[in-house]
Design a binder for this molecule. Sequence first.
Ligand code: NAD
Ligand code: PPY
Length: 349
Amino acid sequence: MIETLISRWDGESVITKYDRDFRAWIFIAIHSTVLGPAAGGTRMKIYGAPGEALLDAMRLAEGMTLKYAVADFPRGGGKAVIGLTSELDGDDRIELLKRYGTLVRSLRGAFLTGPDVGTTSEDMDIIHRTGSPYIFSRTAESGGAGSSGYYTAIGVYHGLRAVCRSLYGDPSLKDRTILIQGAGSVGGRLVDLALKDGARVSISDVDAATVDRFSGRQGVSTIASDAVYDVECDIFSPCAMGSVLNERTIPRLRCRAIAGAANNQLESETDAKRLKMRGILYAPDFAVNIGGAMAVTGIEGMGWPEERALQEVARVEETVTRIFEISTAEGITTDAAARMLARERLGKA
Ligand code: NAD
Ligand code: PPY
């Protein structure tokens, strides 16, 4: 499976390492360096087979290429996956992260990384010990920009504003109902941003402790995770995992639009057409969730002050608006419009 995946991939290269001691497969997928050195988070979780981990790395790396290209940001697309075969904690986990840092450092800047699902800013502090200076989104105590989730949530908030502008002619979220799937690092912060703007928020999370944290808060209701696709709302915001928009869920949706943080929300490109046919406005994930990737590389790698990072992240609003305009003008899905914009930028470079 691995050789088929790699030989059919349109990306540039895949760095592969098997750590025998911890029975972990590490894949660093470099999709494109056309716009700059490849950057992308490091995902660490248990996979059923190494091929699944590789496929995840490749799809996520392509997403990073599109992300940076639509945002017109000078970085290329890459992603790393540490595929575990069993739960790892304590000193073993630290040792594996340090070994991974050594691998990243050996690439001498061809790959820059930060957190993703299964890794945190604290993990970046550990990886940084051996992977410096190519590790981003470390904790503030270690001199980093902190969690990328904060900036990603701000970008998603601007994506929601672009959606409201397109649907209602007014970008404010006031009195809109927003349903957030996954109230973690990004989704949890998005709850606060939406509430501050006067939205009515519902959250859904598989983690009972997370649901408890939000239940009882004024303006927030909670939805069972198996009911999330059936609940009426203005905007559905997937902030948990990928492939949630597919032929099984799209017919059930009762929202007017979708804008969220999760990477690879569409199971396939056909799902963008399914959404269009249902009249649901889709803000492409890779245009909406750039905030963290942009801010942490800007702050830690380019010396941006915080204000500059916030200004740059706010550009999500105009990018998403532009994508909607292209989609209308060309009569194509918003996903196709965003890919077209990305291709144009990559072509020019
Ligand atoms: P996180 O792990 O902090 O939060 C995810 C939340 O989703 C958790 O609370 C988890 O319990 C919940 N969840 C998992 N499965 C669920 C399900 N089936 N239904 C409902 N809830 C479920 O992750 P995060 O950093 O907030 O990232 C969320 C998504 O956004 C991921 O897909 C990630 O790849 C993407 N993303 C994150 C960033 C970032 O800066 N953190 C940037 C870009 C994209
Ligand atoms: C993502 O946006 O999916 C990321 O991987 C975020 C990221 C990218 C580059 C450095 C740090 C975090």
